[in-house]
Design a binder for this molecule. Structure first.
Ligand SMILES: [Zn+2]
Length: 124
């Protein structure tokens, strides 16, 4: 049963899932090298049973004109989930977001004081 060789991907061949599995390019080819670099397993050598599932390819890579979904010649997988790396990015993003939130909150409080202050002077 084919399964996906991509890092962090647990997809298996499952009927009705819409996921298709595709063989690796010929060993020693430049295209295979590209695949391995993209999947960050450039020291790894796929065997003839190794497959990659369709979620790692953009839609333009597929030829769906036939009965079976084929990869267009020269297609390179570009969509991977390198979670450790992504998590680090996410953390940085969250920090930046909370910094913005904090300054927004301070700004709002400052505005409120000013509005209240104005209202107070009006009344007196
Ligand atoms: Zn996969």
């Amino acid at each position: 049963m084919p399964f996906c060789a991509a890092f962090n991907c647990t997809n298996r061949l499952k009927k009705g899932s819409g996921i298709t599995f595709h063989r690796f390019p010929k060993s020693g080819s430049a295209l295979l090298k590209e695949w391995l670099v993209k999947m960050r397993r450039d020291k790894w050598i796929p065997n003839k049973y190794s497959t990659m599932c369709s979620i790692h390819f953009e839609e333009v890579c597929f030829d769906r004109t036939g009965q079976t979904t084929r990869l267009r010649e020269g297609s390179i997988p570009t969509i991977f989930n390198f979670s450790a790396h992504l998590k680090e990015k996410q953390k940085q993003k969250n920090q930046a977001e909370s910094a913005i939130e904090n300054s927004l909150q301070m700004w709002t409080v400052g505005q409120m004081h000013r509005v209240i202050g104005k209202a107070a002077t009006k009344n007196f």
